[in-house]
Design a protein around this ligand. Sequence first.
Ligand SMILES: Nc1ncnc2c1ncn2[C@@H]1O[C@H](COP(=O)(O)OP(=O)(O)OP(=O)(O)O)[C@@H](O)[C@H]1O
Length: 301
Amino acid sequence: MIEVSELTKRFGRRTAVDRLSFTVKPGRVTGFLGPNGAGKSTTMRMVLGLDRPDRGSARVLGRPYDRIAEPLRHVGALLDAGAMHPGLAARDHLIALARANRLGAARVDTVLERVGLTDVGRRRIGGFSLGMRQRLGIAAALLGEPEVLLFDEPVNGLDPEGIRWIRDLMRAEAATGRTVLVSSHLMSEMQLTADHVLVIGRGRLILESSMADLAERFRRDVLVAAADPVAAESAFTEAGGVVAPDPEGMSVTGLTAERLGEIALRHGITLHRLTPRSASLEDSYLQLTADAVEFRTGEES
Ligand SMILES: Nc1ncnc2c1ncn2[C@@H]1O[C@H](COP(=O)(O)OP(=O)(O)OP(=O)(O)O)[C@@H](O)[C@H]1O
């Protein structure tokens, strides 16, 4: 469980995080979404005690992070995969972390295996690709089998196979009852990974929703193709639907697909298509955060 309350952080005159409050619950993947500069990394850094809030508080498992003894056993985080000593071998980097948290070398080998780096464990981090560093960072996060995991843009630098792997890993960790918070600026990525989303812009919470409710909220219409379109239109209109022409049949709003199917059956109308359609979540998300985008491309600015 992560609890953030009225969290506020200013850098000079700029408010990076602005009275942000939310709770991240265990047993599901929570996506932390927002455009570049929205304040995701700053929020995560405050949760991890790396930045001090100007106001408000962040608690992990009921306590401020800096009151957690041997934190790696409770909270695992992947923030900046670049922040590792390039001269160290990957395994030695993990061994040092393990020692500081009274964890044995066996755990190091387990996590190296889990992230697929066993064969390169003795190689220096300096020679690692971004994807390999990302995997090593994830190994470090998993080292103490923590109940809470935070991943800041974990798919950065990963190839498609790596992206699928991290997605499956996060879902598997949440399925065992862990709390997983993952940041991204892509709704399309979160659609495949997260059960729940928090959307922020300019440091403020814009929306919190389950992924399922979000899809429902942006449901657009139902595409219907009927053998007798005239009879169908009149039956649907009579029932309170709004019918508009569509190149593939007719677009109906105001009635669910289930309801339309029942109405058609009652009137003996054969349906060839009955398809609920949603606005693209990515488009909806871009609209939602449009006012909060820090840097825009030429034509809009
Ligand atoms: N150490 C710092 N000093 C000054 N300004 C900072 C610092 N860290 C972050 N900021 C500013 O705070 C705001 C929020 O940044 P943050 O990195 O938290 O956003 P983000 O949502 O993680 O974005 P991104 O997706 O680009 O990483 C930005 O305007 C950023 O320039």
